[in-house]
Ligand binder design. Structure first.
Ligand SMILES: [Zn+2]
Length: 149
């Protein structure tokens, strides 16, 4: 921990990344301007509670902001990536729906073809019966004509 007599206090090790929401003691951090010659007016987060003259927390506001921006930038990249993945998933979902539709149409076509073949089969059977009857009639006629002679 840093000493109040230092010109530039050392950043507290356990400080949160980015903007500080709360100190380890439970106090909300204060934002104050520095009155040191080295950083006049530079804002920093600190806690009003101190321990043995040391800051509970000390963090430069501009550094916290840079960290916060970095986090926001990373979040935006993650969101962009997630959005791209979501779009890709949507496209795949549409592709699957198309494939399922094609499958359904194929099933219907297959059913139609099966019915057609079944009907054709009946037709063929009927044709075969008629041919047999025709042949049988011819045979009978041939036999009759043979006996008539
Ligand atoms: Zn504190």
């Amino acid at each position: 921990m840093s000493d109040l007599t230092n010109t530039s206090p050392v950043e507290y090790d356990d400080a949160e990344y980015g903007i500080l929401a709360v100190c380890y003691c439970g106090e909300r951090p204060n934002l104050q301007p520095s009155f040191k010659r080295t950083n006049p007016g530079r804002l920093y987060y600190t806690c009003r509670n101190r321990e043995d003259g040391d800051y509970h927390i000390f963090k430069w506001w501009d550094e916290a902001m840079m960290e916060e921006l970095k986090t926001v930038k990373e979040d935006i990249l993650k969101l962009t990536s997630l959005n791209q993945m979501r779009e890709a998933l949507q496209e795949q979902k549409e592709e699957i729906a198309n494939i399922l539709n094609m499958h359904k149409e194929n099933q219907m076509e297959l059913g139609r073809l099966k019915a057609l073949i079944a009907n054709k089969g009946d037709g063929l059977t009927m044709e075969l019966k008629l041919t047999n009857m025709f042949v049988a009639t011819l045979v009978i006629l041939a036999k009759m004509s043979y006996f008539i002679k």
